[in-house]
Design a protein around this ligand. Structure first.
Ligand code: SF4
Ligand code: SF4
Length: 377
């Protein structure tokens, strides 16, 4: 296992993301998940990342029970404050105390404000929650204080410059260099000396099972290397990254990841070029040219036009049926799906890409409705 330094701690480059354990009847399959954690721990993983909400609020307790069997100085546990549940500073204190209890520790080694965006950051500042967490750090109950992030780069810059963070956690992979914080965010964190933890290194599993038609550049260089190993090596080659979180959901994934992170080989110039070629191939598979600019919005019928096209284009690029179905049937978007479109045509002249929006919404709907049920990856 490769290790990197983060705030004076020696953390494993592979971190165990505890949000995709195997399940049985909608509960964590504890026997299978404990075996996976045990294998990862034995293989040198010492960073375990959970959150209040993972597995319907059950991940922390399960991970806490597993870690309580290990010497306290042999692992680091990370968890997150569910900012959306915090309405006053006392809520943050109450939730934190409960997390200590669930995790069976008296210190959270790495504590994050969960999924910050412009709105939640403003709320956390307004409520003084960051001050509460800073005091918990001063008292030793928090080892290092950071945040995970889901919003655009300008917001990332605003947050990371707001205070001296110990670390940040961003979605980053070779296909998301221009998404959310992206490469610019990574470079800014590096320039500010803020260690980066990466989440979604495989883009929800999509980069682990690429359509065969796009992987020629990888296969021609290393015929037997998995798609996932390519994605991981791309991250391992960047020294600002201290932990790559993988939400492993099977023993096979644990075994393969341990192999990849044992000694991740540096990328050659030809290999780096292969990423560019594969990315071009993947992007060429989009269904339409929607950039997500939102100029077509609002739709009088409530259709979330950019979201519908993002799901459709994601399906086109990655053929990840599990992810596409999960997105398409996301109940939060049930009343904003393409089936609400009444073809009034109001949005069409507003689209700078010249997309025939009602026609493409109909195509998206037909295609996404037809995806066969499969396990979410
Ligand atoms: S054509 Fe469809 S998506 Fe466009 S504004 Fe009308 S109802 Fe909304
Ligand atoms: S205006 Fe066109 S490109 Fe922009 S979000 Fe709407 S459909 Fe996509």
């Amino acid at each position: 296992m490769e290790y990197r330094e983060m705030g004076g701690k020696r953390v494993s480059l592979l971190g165990f993301g505890c949000m995709r354990f195997p399940e049985k009847r909608s509960r964590i399959d504890e026997d299978a998940a404990a075996s996976m954690l045990e294998a990862a721990y034995a293989g040198g993983v010492n960073y375990f990342d959970t959150a209040w909400v993972y597995h319907n609020d059950r991940s922390e307790d399960f991970v806490g029970r597993f870690l309580s069997s290990k010497p306290r100085d042999s692992f680091f546990v990370a968890t997150k404050l569910p900012c959306w549940l915090v309405k006053k500073p006392a809520d943050a204190e109450r939730i934190f105390a409960e997390q200590l209890r669930r995790l069976r520790v008296d210190r959270i080694d790495f504590y994050l404000l969960h999924a910050l965006n412009a709105h939640s950051w403003d709320e956390m500042e307004r409520l003084g929650v960051v001050d509460v967490l800073a005091r918990l750090k001063e008292s030793g109950s928090i080892g290092q204080l950071g945040f995970s992030f889901h919003d655009g780069y300008p917001t990332f810059e605003r947050i990371i410059r707001a205070r001296p963070w110990d670390f940040c956690q961003i979605q980053y992979n070779y296909m998301d260099v221009d998404y959310q914080a992206g490469r610019a965010g990574y470079e800014l964190a590096r320039a500010l000396g803020v260690p980066v933890i990466v989440m979604e290194p495989l883009r929800g599993g999509s980069l682990a099972r690429l359509p065969k038609s796009v992987t020629g550049p990888f296969r021609s260089l290393t015929p037997d290397a998995s798609d996932a190993s390519w994605a991981f090596r791309w991250l391992a080659g960047q020294d600002g990254i201290r932990v790559v979180l993988s939400g492993m959901s099977s023993a096979d994934q644990v075994a393969e990841n341990l192999r990849v992170f044992d000694k991740p080989a540096a990328l050659s110039a030809r290999e780096l070029a292969a990423f560019d070629e594969v990315a071009v191939e993947i992007r060429s598979r989009v269904r339409n040219r929607c950039t997500g600019c939102g100029y077509c919005m609002p739709c009088p019928s409530g259709v979330a036009i950019p979201w519908n096209f993002a799901v459709w284009n994601g399906w086109g690029m990655y053929e990840n049926a599990g992810e596409a179905r999960w997105n398409w049937h996301n109940k939060d978007f049930a009343d904003r799906r393409a089936d609400r479109c009444v073809s009034c045509g109001q949005c069409v002249p507003k689209c700078p890409q010249g997309i025939d929006i009602p026609a493409d919404l109909a195509r998206a709907r037909a295609e996404l409705d037809g995806i066969k049920r499969t396990r979410r990856v």
